[in-house]
Design a protein around this ligand. Sequence first.
Ligand code: PSU
Ligand code: MN
Length: 312
Amino acid sequence: MNETKSINLEKYLSISDEVKKALENNKPIVALESTIISHGMPYPKNLETAIEAENILRKGGVTPATIAIIKGKLKVGLTLDELTYLAKQGRNVTKTSRRDIPYVVSLSLDGATTVSATMFIASLAKIKIFATGGIGGVHREVNKTMDISCDLEELSKTNVAIICSGAKAILDIPKTLEYLETKGVLVIGYKTNKMPMFYTSSSPYFVPIRMDNIKDIANTMKVKWDLGLDGGIVICNPIPKEYEMNEKEMNDEISNALRKMEKQNITGKEITPFLLSEIEKQTKGKSLDSNIHLFHHNCYIAMQIAKEYYNS
Ligand code: PSU
Ligand code: MN
């Protein structure tokens, strides 16, 4: 059974030499997603942001593993050429969640992996830690649309800890927290009692658990998985105050973007990229700057968690 599994994996999975070496030597690794590059930000800022994210990790002695699907191969660790290609292609690349992986692979297509697909591929490569901007969640009009990101389901079953700035303010945060609780997903506020909302460091909603030091977080990860409590962990790291946006202003921008979305009949997986780019246009790039800063800060904290987790 195991043998079949490893033969299959080799056929589909392509791990870079840098990541392979780190895996073999049990050195800290942090996974990064690629939808944030192709669908989350415009070129060339997306490329600069992705390169800087990798640099933050390397500077701290942690190996970055950016994940994407290139010509049907599940890639763990991208070359600069591959990163540049994804950044330039932008939305021409298929936004790939767990659902879309078999389609993208079997037709040898290129896929930018979302949180769910990145977690899944990271776990195939035995990578435990993943940094990004924000996770998907329950959308505000869920009663009408049933729109719930498959990121939440992935978190319920895949053993990867994700460091993010909470869930985007375009979502229904209380319902997202409820869903995560139902699924037994551990949500930790790093140095905060409140659920950060991506562009803003705080919100009216409490996180279930607060932790103030990296050691406690790394130990908690170990205990959870030692006990066979399968599933992910969401570590919420608020955007640094100097980069956050005004909450009231942000809510107005979001309402405008949501109205536009309805008028233009945007549905399904197009919703998140549409809202992000509308908000970016409306705020004249200010939200993009916040997005970049919070993402890099998450990489920095993920670097510290990875070092603690692998070295203790
Ligand atoms: N948040 C961002 N930028 C992004 C995303 C989230 O600031 O690009 C992406 C992530 O890849 C996340 C996905 O997994 O959006 C969720 O999409 P959906 O809501 O369609 O599940
Ligand atoms: Mn959706």
